[in-house]
Write a protein that binds this ligand. Structure first.
Ligand code: NDP
Length: 237
């Protein structure tokens, strides 16, 4: 029974992951949401009609919230006797669309670092004992976090800094989990139609998620520590 854990499951890219994965009853999905106060109607409807979807709360910007996740995840896994085969760090924020390196707001930078970097770090640290041999950790990144791709882009400076830091985290996680035979990659989902992607976005969530799932299912051990696009091509750091 392939078992998935993901954050940011209530809307956008995360919700589409849950929709696609839950349609296969052999999958087991642990879907983490920031709080019961988040926009949950669509996810709750999925959890109601699919017994393989388990909802849990986790604010990824809070190490305390992440620490309290462990017990609940362990309890869900104990029912199937399986470990996690896939861990997707999807939750993220970008509230910096108009800032540049000359107008970085300290509070905003801290918030982006807490959610986009510390969150994925602490989630993996907390759940690593439940990662199966050969499991895949996927950190949702962005071309804006690539030193090569983002050259010449001046907007979203704070978000870019946080995703660049997250990319470095991915490299370290890949190295630190190598001996446990866990594969860790960064993933660019495309410019996806979601609240974050906005109305002008080019890629339908269905296409992005189908592509990302194809990529993670085809990964080999040597692919750990790489940065991929949802279409399977590799992205330079
Ligand atoms: P959305 O803004 O549509 O959704 C963001 C998700 O993250 C929501 O579920 C939100 O929950 C959750 N989230 C934010 N902060 C926290 C937190 N502190 N704790 C728990 N959950 C939190 O974004 P997308 O779905 O488009 O993006 C998903 C990922 O993909 C992000 O990491 C983003 O950086 C990345 N990405 C997206 C692109 C795009 O074009 N859309 C392009 C490149 C990368 P809540 O409802 O509670 O706020």
């Amino acid at each position: 029974m392939p078992t998935y854990f993901l954050t940011g499951a209530n809307r956008g890219i995360g919700l589409e992951f849950v929709r696609q994965l839950s349609s296969d009853p052999s999958n087991n999905i642990i879907a983490a949401v920031r709080s019961r106060r988040s926009e949950l109607a669509a996810l709750k409807a999925m959890a109601k009609s699919h017994r393989n979807v388990h909802l849990i709360e986790c604010d990824v910007s809070s190490p305390d919230s992440i620490a309290s996740l462990e017990f609940r995840v362990a309890e869900i896994l104990s029912r199937t006797g399986e470990n996690l085969n896939y861990l997707f760090n999807v939750a993220g924020i970008n509230s910096s669309s108009s800032d540049t390196s000359l107008s970085v707001d300290p509070v905003s930078l801290q918030n982006h670092m807490n959610t986009n970097v510390l969150g994925p770090a602490k989630i993996v640290e907390t759940l690593r004992q439940y990662l199966a041999r050969g499991a895949v950790v996927m950190n949702l990144s962005s071309g804006l976090g690539s030193m090569t791709v983002a050259t010449g882009v001046s907007k979203c400076c704070t978000y870019s800094i946080s995703k660049a830091a997250q990319n470095m985290l991915t490299l370290h996680q890949a190295r630190d989990l190598k001996r446990s035979h866990v594969i860790v990659i960064a993933m660019e989902p495309g410019w996806v139609k979601s609240d974050m992607g906005g109305k002008g976005a080019m890629v339908e969530p269905e296409i992005s998620i189908e592509g990302m799932l194809d990529v993670v299912k085809g990964l080999k051990r040597d692919d750990s520590g790489k940065f991929y696009s949802f279409n399977g091509s590799q992205i330079p750091w």
